[in-house]
Design a protein around this ligand. Structure first.
Ligand code: ADP
Length: 269
């Protein structure tokens, strides 16, 4: 079986079509085995995170995008759970305000890029500036259409400066979104997650799909690939994201730094 990282990657320059991807696909995995594998993956992620932190030369940036109720928060909760909080920074990007509005759109993003040794998780990202901004006409086309190239340049610069970047689009179906909204209304402990504006956004579903597709086609690069995660099944989503994060960290060939002194020579009372 091909590794999920190879199955789910959006080939750079390819003509990915979201309609051809089944959001309920589980790529032959079963829940029982996936749950066990996720547990193992989380343990291994924790080891690799420790190595990344010790090496302190490179960083990993994980970008999470997805339609409302797509599972960004759940992914962070379930996949990052074993990691040392000291080595992970999670940044959620909301509607820009204050100084954010007075700067270019990448300013707040660049500030949140993880430093060497750390893993940065973006809960939404600079891609909002070619998604919500495009769908709602918050900037004219002449402005947002230039951003695909700008984003590719920005991400290439980061990659050339020791930031590994992987990007996940959590892809659910419109029915699954309705099911999750209903849960938010029915389950008292989930009421707080419900927002009227999410229901309003649902009316723009097709426009979002179009915007996602263009984002995937233009901005999946070898420096910063996009992966489309079929996310109707939460257990598969968690498995897939953990597998791809592991695959990426394993490929970085992380090593403990050499001791700064000859340890055998050190004596103390
Ligand atoms: P969540 O990410 O959990 O849905 P919120 O309900 O606070 O959090 O939603 C954040 C909102 O901020 C989203 O509607 C998103 O589209 C919006 N947002 C994020 N970045 C931008 C941006 N650059 N321009 C306009 N809106 C943005």
């Amino acid at each position: 079986m091909k590794h999920l990282a190879h199955e789910l990657i959006v080939s750079p320059g390819g003509k990915v079509k979201l309609a051809d991807i089944d959001p309920a696909d589980t790529h032959g995995a079963t829940k029982a085995r996936a749950d066990l594998k996720l547990k193992k993956n989380c343990e291994r992620l924790s080891v690799l995170q420790y190595l990344l932190y010790a090496e302190a030369k490179r960083a990993l940036l994980v970008v999470l995008q997805g339609i409302d109720a797509g599972g960004k928060d759940g992914t962070i909760k379930h996949v990052m759970t074993g990691m040392n909080p000291q080595g992970v920074d999670v940044t959620a990007f909301k509607v820009p305000e204050g100084a954010e509005k007075r700067h270019d759109y990448l300013w707040r993003v660049h500030k949140a890029v993880p430093e060497s040794g750390k893993i940065g998780i973006f809960n939404r990202s600079h891609y909002e500036d070619v998604l919500v901004v495009r769908v709602h006409g918050l900037a004219p086309k002449s402005v947002w259409s230039k951003r695909y190239d700008q984003i590719n340049d920005f991400e290439r610069m980061l990659a050339e400066n020791d930031v590994r970047i992987i990007k996940f689009l959590l892809y659910i179906s419109k029915d699954e979104q309705a099911k999750r909204f209903r849960e938010r209304l029915d389950d008292k402990s989930k009421n707080w997650k419900f927002s009227q504006s999410d229901v309003k956004e649902r009316e723009y579903w097709d426009q979002y799909i179009e915007a996602y597709q263009e984002m995937l086609r233009k901005c999946s690069t070898s420096d910063a690939p996009w992966y489309v995660i079929p996310a109707n099944k939460k257990w598969f989503r968690n498995l897939a994201v953990s597998e791809i994060m592991l695959h990426t960290l394993e490929s970085m060939d992380l090593k403990f730094p050499k001791p700064t002194a000859d340890l055998k020579e050190i004596t103390f009372e």
